[in-house]
Ligand binder design. Structure first.
Ligand code: GTP
Ligand code: SPV
Ligand code: MN
Length: 581
C-alpha cells in the first residue's frame, strides 16, 4: 500500500474491475525477483538457460501471434481528434474506456495482480517521472525491474510528489482480435490489453516515456524522443554527447555501444542510453539529456562478435531473452551470433536448418544498462549530459547520403520531419517498405505531428546554444544489393566528422540538401572503401532529390492548416536550390 490515497483508490478500483485472486505490491528487491523467476520456471513462462555459460539468464517464448508492437491496434484518445493528428489512430476517450472496461472485466480471475511503482530516469533527477503499472504478467514485472527504477524507491517518490502515470495491463487471452493499446494523455493514463510483448506491455517504455511524455513535454517545454544517447571521448579526454533518432531496428543500440576501430586508439565510446531520451534546456543555454530507462530491450538477431561485441559480452549473465533459439547445451542463439546450429527454434520446436529463422526477427534481450562495458556513470547524473549534436537517420537503400549537416536548427527540423525508413520486424506488418517516420517518432508521438514540429521549432528559439543537427544513412546499397558502408564500429568515422563540425574544426561543402563532408574529410584509413564508393555514398542526385522533395511536400501538406509555415518555407528553399543546381 501507498500513503497516496489516489494511488490506493485506483488500485482498488482496478482490482474491483479485474477480480484478481491476489494483489502484490512490488518492492523491486532481489528476493522478490528470485521468487518470481522460480514461479515462472514452474509455470513454463520462463525456460532456464545454461547456468554455467549464462548465469541468471532465462528464456521466454511468447505466444506466436504476439511478437511485436501492434501499431494498427494502438490509439491516442484525446478529447479532440485533431490533437491526435493524422499520424495517430484516434478513438474518443469515452468509447475507448468503455471498450477497455469490457475487456478488463474479470480478466484477472485466478491470477495475481502486480502493482509496479516505477521511476523513469534517475531516482533523484528533477527531470524523472514516475508511473505505476498494474499487470497480471510476472514476465512484465521481471522486465520492468531491469528496464526501470522499480519498487520501493519509486513508490517513495510517488508518495512525495503525488502525481504519476497510471498504466493498466492484462495479457488477456493474447488474442489479436481482443488487443488494444490505448493512451489518454489528458488523463496521464494507459490501458493495454491482449499482448505480453515489449512496447505493448512494458508500459514504462514506449507508452509512458514516449507517447504520454511527448505530450507532457510539449506543454512543459522539453523533448521526449526515440533517441540513443552516446558519449564520444577523444584521446585528449574531451567527451561530446550525441543524441540520435533512428526508427525501430535501425541501429540505435549498436551505435550506442560501439567499440572504436583499431585506427581510433585513445577514443572511447560511453553508453548513456539506447532507445529513449528526454531533453531539457539547461540554465547554461545548452540542451541536456537523460535516459529515462535503466535497461536495454534490444534486438537479438545481428548481435555478434563482429557487429556488437559490447552487447554480446553483456548478454552472458542476468538477462531475459525473448523468442530466441537454443543450442543443444541450453545457450541462447540467434542469426548472426556465431556458427553454431541451434536445436530449438523461437517456438521451442525442433529446429531444422533451412526451415526459416531459428530466432524470431524481433527476438530481444533484456539487460541492465550497467552490465554494458561502455556504461557511462553519467547515466545516473540527475541533470543529464549536454548534447553537442542531434542525429537523425533511417534505413534507405537509395538516395540518402551517408551523412549531411543541416544549415540551421530550422532546416534540421525539416531533416527530421522528412525522415523515411524501410519498415522492420519491430512492428507487425510488411517489412522493407519505405514509409515516412519523422524523427523516428511515427509510432510514438502522443499528439499531432504538426504541433510536434512547431514545438521543435519553438524549442530552437529557447536553447541559446542549440546542438547541430545531422542526418545519416548506414544502409545505402549498391547495384548488387550489398551495403556500401561497412557500418557498425566504422560508424565511428562519421561520429568523428560530426564532432569536428560541432567544434568548428572542419570545413563542409554546401549542397542543395545540406552541408556535406569535403572530399577526404571522413577518415577512411584501414577501410576497404574506395574513393568511388565514398563519392557514391555522398552523392546528391538533384533530379531524384527533387522527386523526393515533392513526396515530402505531399506528406507534410497532409497535416493541413496546423503545419508550421516555417517548415514549408524550409522545404521551398531546398526545392529552389535543387532547381538551380
Ligand atoms: P529498436 O530497439 O527496435 O528501437 O532498434 P535499434 O534502433 O536499437 O536497432 P539495433 O541497434 O538493435 O539494430 C537493428 C538491426 O540493424 C540489427 O540487426 C543490427 O545488426 C542492424 N544494424 C545496426 N547498425 C547497423 C549498421 O551500421 N549497418 C548495418 N548494415 N546494419 C546495422
Ligand atoms: C521499438 O520497436 O522501437 C523498440 C521495441 O524499442 S519495443 O519496446 O517493443 O517498442
Ligand atoms: Mn525503439
Amino acid at each position: 500500500m501507498s500513503s497516496n490515497q489516489k494511488l490506493n483508490d485506483w488500485v482498488k478500483a482496478v482490482a474491483n474491475l479485474t477480480r484478481p485472486d491476489h494483489i502484490h505490491w512490488c518492492t523491486g528487491d532481489q528476493a522478490e525477483y528470485d521468487h518470481l523467476v522460480a514461479e515462472m520456471l514452474q509455470s513454463s513462462d520462463l525456460i532456464e538457460l545454461n547456468q554455467q555459460t549464462h548465469p541468471g539468464s532465462y528464456l521466454h517464448l511468447s505466444d506466436p501471434g504476439d511478437v511485436a508492437r501492434v501499431e494498427h491496434l494502438t490509439f491516442i484518445c484525446t478529447s479532440n481528434p485533431g490533437d491526435a493528428g493524422p499520424n495517430n489512430q484516434w478513438m474518443a476517450p469515452v468509447e475507448a474506456k468503455a471498450k477497455m472496461e469490457a475487456l478488463f472485466s474479470g480478466c484477472m480471475k485466478g491470477r495475481t495482480m502486480y502493482v509496479i511503482p516505477y521511476c523513469m530516469g534517475p531516482i533523484d533527477s528533477p527531470h524523472s517521472r514516475c508511473g505505476v503499472e498494474i499487470t497480471d504478467s510476472p514476465y512484465v514485472v521481471a522486465n520492468m525491474r531491469i528496464m526501470t527504477r522499480m519498487g520501493q524507491s519509486a513508490l517513495e517518490r510517488i508518495d512525495r510528489e503525488g502525481n504519476f502515470v497510471r498504466g493498466t495491463h492484462s495479457i488477456g487471452e493474447l488474442d489479436p482480435e481482443r488487443r488494444f493499446i490505448m493512451h489518454f494523455p489528458e488523463d496521464l493514463m494507459i490501458l493495454s490489453y491482449g499482448s505480453g510483448y515489449g512496447g505493448n506491455a512494458l508500459l514504462g517504455k514506449k507508452c509512458h516515456a514516449l507517447r504520454i511524455a511527448s505530450y507532457q513535454a510539449r506543454t512543459e517545454g522539453w523533448l521526449a524522443e526515440h533517441m540513443l544517447i552516446v558519449g564520444v571521448e577523444n584521446p585528449q579526454g574531451e567527451t561530446h554527447y550525441i543524441a540520435a533518432a533512428f526508427p525501430s531496428a535501425c541501429g540505435k543500440t549498436n551505435l550506442a555501444m560501439l567499440i572504436p576501430p583499431a585506427e581510433y586508439e585513445g577514443w572511447k565510446i560511453w553508453t548513456v542510453g539506447d532507445d529513449i531520451c528526454w531533453m531539457h534546456p539547461g540554465v547554461d543555454g545548452r540542451l541536456w539529456a537523460i535516459n529515462p530507462e535503466a535497461g536495454f530491450f534490444g534486438v537479438a538477431p545481428g548481435t555478434g562478435a563482429d557487429t556488437n561485441p559490447n552487447a554480446l559480452a553483456m548478454l552472458n549473465h542476468n538477462c531475459i531473452f525473448t523468442n530466441v533459439a537454443q543450442t543443444a547445451d541450453g545457450q541462447p542463439w540467434w542469426e548472426g551470433k556465431d556458427d553454431e546450429i541451434p536445436v530449438k527454434d523461437w517456438q521451442g520446436r525442433d529446429y531444422h536448418p533451412g526451415s526459416g529463422p531459428a530466432a524470431h526477427p524481433n527476438s530481444r534481450f533484456t539487460a541492465a544498462i550497467s552490465q554494458c562495458a561502455s556504461y557511462s556513470e553519467q547515466t545516473e547524473a540527475p541533470q543529464g549530459v549536454p548534447i553537442s549534436a542531434i542525429v537523425f537517420g533511417g534505413r534507405r537503400e537509395r538516395l540518402v547520403p551517408l551523412v549531411m549537416e543541416s544549415n540551421s536548427w530550422q532546416h534540421g527540423v525539416l531533416l527530421g520531419a522528412s525522415m523515411a525508413s524501410e519498415t522492420t520486424a519491430a512492428a507487425t506488418g510488411a517489412v522493407g517498405v519505405v514509409r515516412r517516420d519523422p524523427m523516428a517518432m511515427k509510432p510514438f508521438c502522443g499528439y499531432n505531428f504538426a504541433d510536434y514540429w512547431q514545438h521543435w521549432l519553438d524549442m530552437g528559439k529557447r536553447i541559446e546554444q542549440p546542438p547541430k543537427i545531422f542526418h545519416v544513412n548506414w544502409f545505402r546499397k549498391d547495384e548488387h544489393g550489398k551495403f556500401m558502408w561497412p557500418g557498425f564500429c566504422e560508424n565511428m568515422r562519421v561520429l568523428e566528422w560530426i564532432i569536428e563540425r560541432c567544434k568548428g574544426n572542419k570545413a563542409a561543402v554546401s549542397s542543395p540538401i545540406g552541408k556535406m563532408p569535403e572530399p577526404g574529410a571522413i577518415n577512411l584509413a584501414g577501410l576497404e572503401v574506395d574513393d568511388a564508393t565514398m563519392s557514391g555514398l555522398l552523392e546528391v542526385d538533384a533530379s531524384a532529390w527533387s522527386a523526393e522533395i515533392e513526396e515530402i511536400r505531399t506528406y507534410l501538406e497532409g497535416y493541413g492548416e496546423r503545419l508550421p509555415t516555417q517548415l514549408l518555407e524550409q522545404l521551398n528553399q531546398v526545392a529552389a536550390e535543387l532547381k538551380n543546381s
